[in-house]
Design a protein. Sequence first.
Length: 230
Amino acid sequence: MEGGESKKDGGDECGGTIEIWLRKHALNFTRATRHPFILSIRDGSVDIASFKRWLEQDYLFVRAFVAFAASVLIKACKESENGSDMEVLLQGISALSDELAWFKSEAEKWGVSLSGVSPQPANLSYCRFLDSLMSQEVEYTVAITAFWAIETVYQDSFAYCLEVESKTPHELKETCKRWGNAAFGHYCRTLQKMANRQLHKAPGDVIKKTEATFLQVLDKEIDFWNMSHG
Ligand SMILES: Cc1ncc(CO)c(N)n1
């Protein structure tokens, strides 16, 4: 399909299935990673009430995301022929533990109480979608690609807010660095290789299902950013 027969990972940075999809669905990807909320952080015009709403809702999302990450880890242990997938995902889960602690301290910094927050409809819908991907019937290929996409939307969005020309307010730099930093970028590229490797050996129906799931993730991410408008 993509010709890279000599590559054991099923495709290099420009020739894997994921790279093809990123080109094919560039508009959707851009909508998810260059959302008005992100643009407002980058140009310094961000409404702090919107930021606080995002912070509250994302804390709840990350708690649900931990369970999804655990389900992807289990699939990797059972299905991946590559033992290093499990190690990458285990490290990712350990980073999510730091992330939850970070949300708590960040909320305190902004005077936001996380204990009484209830999830908004877009958040509930995203969490239900994650739940559906946790089922045993969902292939590792589908799950690891969704996992990659979820992390990558944040990486790409927040890295954009850290570019030299950006006017991101100082108080939000730390938030942007959480996902926009180079190490997180490297982690996302590792996840991308893992997804590509799976897709390279997947049957056609699973590839189709994975592409549809990727597009669903992008839609859910856009709806999630929309919540910040209140
Ligand atoms: C909604 C959302 N998508 C992706 C991430 C990345 O972990 C996050 N924290 N929240």
